[in-house]
Design a protein around this ligand. Structure first.
Ligand SMILES: Nc1ncnc2c1ncn2[C@@H]1O[C@H](COP(=O)(O)OP(=O)(O)O)[C@@H](O)[C@H]1O
Ligand SMILES: [Mg+2]
Length: 424
């Protein structure tokens, strides 16, 4: 046997939460064109890595932190397109999850705000807008992040003005960078201390087929610095409406100590105290359910390369009925630390991610079955494992048959409950 092999890493991001971690593990730094085992790359580098023009061929002992076409989930327009298609497919196969109410709204799968692509779906949008002309909509450029280029509208004339002012000038043949999504603005967000916030949750996917994903327990809430006000005179005040830290940190009332952040744990304790444990548990279950379904919606289209894993930053808004709404999924959630607890949390996120994707003390091995030991999970909880869910479904069938033979049993309810358990 040869001696213990030292793992070689490449890293595009010069962030302390990544590099310090790799160094503490005794890993050796190499260039990204060298013989690395672990590569923390930008999405641009991953695009080059998987490009057909590239002669670099990965071996079994190499892993990288993005899937080649992650944008199917992480580009605002494509995420919506894939979720819409997923719902239609479930509906076609008669799946009870795709059930609709009398107004045609999905009862269970209504977890993203109504969204249209612009300019492509302009006419559909106008039709929807006219049904409810007093509503507010949010315009977001597909190719940008950190709140850049976002604005709110509540009149069609504002959209017409935008189309006149934008360089394309007409609603035809735009390039990808000129496309927008327009979504119904969630105007009744849950407020704490009068302020709007959203959640940033980290979700690790180690495989899409079968789907295997993990939820990082140390997510956080990002608060606005200014009290929420749905009044139309404040529509252009981004300190009221956008929770991005990159925007809020320029606010006069930005707090350097806590950075406008609360841990998800604090949120949970607060909600249990103010609203009760049962509804809080349901909210967290609903959030997990919507994340799993967003991943299922793309599991058929993402190239399930065995060299890849990915940590997504989920943006979720909770409304005042405690319903979670999926806003967007980020492929490169910020690793910049705004406070010291932020740095510790992000360090743990990188650390736990590595422990899940590489068996301890070993080199990566893409032939591995990707079932980490319980002790390796750290702050991650298993969110969904399609293999396990399959065994659950088998058990469910048996139980379903058993319960139906018992007269007067609550077979339907039991089956419904069991069906819900399969996404856990
Ligand atoms: N439909 C919506 N309803 C209410 N607020 C929204 C909605 N969409 C986005 N926001 C707010 O705007 C912020 C930025 O939107 P997001 O889609 O995450 O784009 P970005 O890529 O710029 O972060 C969100 O974090 C949230 O605070
Ligand atoms: Mg965002």
């Amino acid at each position: 046997m040869s001696g213990k092999k030292v793992l070689k890493y490449a890293c595009d991001l010069d962030k302390s939460v990544t590099v310090t971690n790799f160094e503490r593990r005794g890993w050796t730094c190499v260039g990204n064109d060298e013989d690395w085992n672990f590569y923390w790359a930008t999405v641009q580098s991953v695009r080059n890595l998987f490009s057909v023009d590239n002669s670099y061929r990965m071996t079994d002992d190499q892993v990288v932190n993005h899937f080649p076409n992650h944008y199917e989930l992480t580009r605002k327009d494509l995420m919506v397109k894939n979720i819409k298609r997923f719902r239609r497919d479930l509906e076609k196969e008669g799946n009870p999850l795709a059930e609709k109410d009398e107004t045609g709204r999905y009862i269970h799968l209504d977890f993203i705000p109504v969204t249209f692509m612009l300019p492509a779906d302009y006419n559909l949008f106008v039709e929807e807008f006219r049904k409810n002309p007093s509503s507010t909509w949010i315009m977001k450029p597909c190719g940008k992040a950190r709140g850049i280029g976002i604005f709110l509208i509540n009149k069609l004339s504002q959209l017409k003005k935008w189309s006149r002012d934008s360089k394309t000038n007409t609603f035809t043949a735009p390039s990808a960078k000129d496309t927008y999504v327009i979504s119904r603005y969630i105007d009744n967000p849950l407020l704490i201390g009068g302020k709007k916030f959203d959640l940033r949750l980290y979700v690790l996917v180690t495989s899409y087929r079968p789907l295997k994903c993990y939820m990082f327990r140390l997510g956080f809430c990002r608060f606005c610095t200014v009290k929420y006000n749905a009044s139309t005179t404040e529509l252009d005040n981004m300190f009221v409406h956008l929770t991005n830290v990159s925007i809020q940190k320029h606010g006069d009332d930005y707090n350097q100590v806590h950075g406008g952040k609360w841990t998800v744990h604090n949120l949970k304790v607060f909600l249990e105290g103010t609203r009760g444990k049962e509804v809080t548990d349901k909210l967290f279950d609903d959030m997990h359910w919507c994340i799993v379904n967003s991943l299922k919606a793309v599991s058929g289209v993402i190239a399930n390369d065995r060299h890849c894993f990915e940590v997504y930053g989920y943006d979720i808004i909770i409304d005042d009925n405690l319903k979670p709404w999926l806003i967007e999924v980020n492929a490169s959630p910020s690793l910049t630390s705004t406070t010291s607890s932020d740095r510790i949390m992000k360090y743990k996120m990188i650390n736990d991610t590595i422990n899940v994707v590489i068996p301890p003390g070993e080199l990566p091995d893409v032939r591995w079955n990707k079932v980490p030991a319980k002790e390796s999970l750290g702050n991650y909880d298993l969110l969904y494992d399609e293999d396990l869910a399959q065994t659950d479904i088998l058990a469910q069938d048996v139980k379903g048959r058993l319960t139906t033979t018992i007269p007067g049993s609550r077979a339907g309810k039991d089956r419904q409950r069991l069906a819900q358990a399969t996404w856990k």
